[in-house]
Write a protein that binds this ligand. Structure first.
Ligand SMILES: [Zn+2]
Length: 42
């Protein structure tokens, strides 16, 4: 079996993993507040 090297989720580069937007009370539009970088590789 192949071993996955990057199994851990990447932090969103836009909010640096905080999940917050540029303003207080807002949600990061890139990761939708998850703080993880989206992977649309499917
Ligand atoms: Zn984000």
């Amino acid at each position: 079996m192949a071993k996955y090297e990057s199994e851990e989720p990447l932090l969103c580069a836009h909010c640096n993993g905080s999940g917050e937007g540029n303003y207080d009370g807002t949600t990061c539009q890139v990761c939708k507040g998850t703080g993880e970088e989206r992977q649309d590789c499917t």
